[in-house]
Design a protein around this ligand. Structure first.
Ligand SMILES: Cc1cc2nc3c(=O)[nH]c(=O)nc-3n(C[C@H](O)[C@H](O)[C@H](O)COP(=O)(O)OP(=O)(O)OC[C@H]3O[C@@H](n4cnc5c(N)ncnc54)[C@H](O)[C@@H]3O)c2cc1C
Length: 377
């Protein structure tokens, strides 16, 4: 093996960068191997909604993780600002979920009844108050739920801040480093093999390769354990901010930035790694956005993009130790990876250091989807 580290992290998305920061702060020698550049994929494409509550159904096993991660954002934002000077765009504005008719109102009220019973903050907003809060919403929107503890962050800024803060703390990033395989002997990791055959030694590997996680040879995961779920987005620009809060409508969500941009998202498609932005998706997103805020028909059309959420069909991410000793999983966060990054990084750090993680991760890295590790030499 060539050069080495205490921990090698495969992938420099939000999971890789956040884990690198946490581990480097704890004094570990960390190398992040990123085939492209840090933040190249899903993490910079995300809308940045910190929606622990807005779409959470009763019994969702990921809720506690989401709630705990959301609670870490104010501190994370402060810490990253003081380390790097970058404002990651964390705003606790609350999120509105709106209804156009009685049937939709009944549906969303039913869906969150459990949250009210559990004592979580949810406000019911009738039409008059709704239009006072957000005057540009279509007058036909007649009801909303406000989740005051949900918020938003600006993912490209978050990724830049995490990368800089982790580097300052001593983590080493290698861009353009494609990890072909995890090398193992006697059931334990020994390092990774890069595309050119060179190796990096480590007895702890963190798999944070997002939608590409199962393509790394030698890992004990079935190919279908994490699959790409394409999401397309379109950005609009308005002279004055059209909304103060993130709004979830029946067919899209709108994420307002302070500079007048509004992100409209998003599709959820299983089309492999096809990166296209399609005419039909953009047409549907624009129609849904204008249905919610009619004045958006005068907005300037900005960028469009797509990327891949790492979808885990277990309905929860894969976080924790794997059956291959020394290999820690931090993948499969699907639609909530930005929200779940702070808590995931803490869990990864604790597991690498042999400490008790802040939440019980027994259910997040169960042996389902795992296969026997293959020896890669
Ligand atoms: C359109 C869209 C909107 C979203 N909106 C939100 C939102 O509002 N809120 C939220 O919480 N989440 C959102 N998400 C989900 C969130 O973006 C993801 O869950 C999260 O970014 C996953 O982070 P990651 O680090 O696992 O993956 P990624 O960011 O994809 O990073 C994985 C990295 O690994 C690298 N890599 C892969 N294979 C290898 C290899 N073999 N060797 C070296 N490097 C490798 C890749 O180049 C990539 O940089 C959204 C996603 C999309 C696509």
């Amino acid at each position: 093996m060539q050069d080495g580290a205490d921990v090698v992290i495969v992938g420099g998305g939000v999971m890789g960068c956040a884990s690198a920061l946490e581990l480097a702060k704890a004094g570990a020698k960390v190398i992040v191997l990123e085939r492209s550049v840090p933040g190249a994929e899903a993490s910079s494409a995300a809308a940045g909604i910190l929606g622990a509550q807005v779409e959470t159904a009763e019994g969702d096993s990921g809720f506690e993780l989401a709630r705990q991660s959301r609670a870490r954002y104010p501190g994370w934002s402060e810490q990253l600002k003081s380390a790097t000077g970058i404002d990651i765009g964390y705003r606790l504005t609350g999120i509105l979920r709106v209804a156009f008719d009685e049937e939709a109102k009944a549906h969303i009220v039913r869906e969150i009844a459990w949250q009210q019973k559990a004592g979580l903050s949810v406000e019911t907003i009738e039409q008059g108050k709704l239009h006072a809060l957000e005057p540009k919403l279509d007058p036909k929107t007649m009801f909303a739920l406000l989740f005051p503890d949900d918020g938003q962050v600006d993912p490209p800024r978050l990724l830049r801040a995490l990368y800089i803060a982790a580097s300052q703390a001593g983590a080493v990033f290698r861009s353009g480093a494609y990890v072909r395989a995890v090398a193992a002997e006697a059931g334990a990791v020994r390092g990774v093999v890069l595309e050119d055959g060179s190796r990096v030694a480590a007895d702890r590997i963190v798999l944070a390769a997002g939608s590409w996680s199962t393509l790394v040879e030698g890992i004990p995961l079935e190919p279908a354990a994490v699959r790409p779920a394409r999401g397309q987005m379109v950005e609009l620009e308005t002279r004055e901010p059209a909304l103060k809060r993130v709004v979830f409508g029946p067919r899209c969500y709108l994420v307002p930035r302070e500079d007048g941009r509004i992100l409209v998202g998003s599709t959820l498609e299983f089309v492999g790694y096809r990166r296209e932005v399609t005419a039909g998706a953009i047409r549907d997103l624009l129609a849904a956005a204008i249905e919610l805020v009619p004045s958006l028909s005068d907005a300037m059309l900005g960028r469009t993009w797509s990327n891949f959420r790492p979808y885990s069909d277990r309905g929860k991410p894969l976080i924790g130790a794997s059956e291959l000793h020394g290999l820690i999983l931090a993948t499969g966060h699907h639609r909530n990876g930005i929200l779940l990054a702070p808590i995931t990084a803490e869990i990864v750090c604790a597991l690498v250091r042999g400490e008790k993680p802040p939440v019980d991760v027994a259910t997040y890295a169960t042996s389902s989807h795992m296969k026997k590790a293959e020896k890669v030499s």
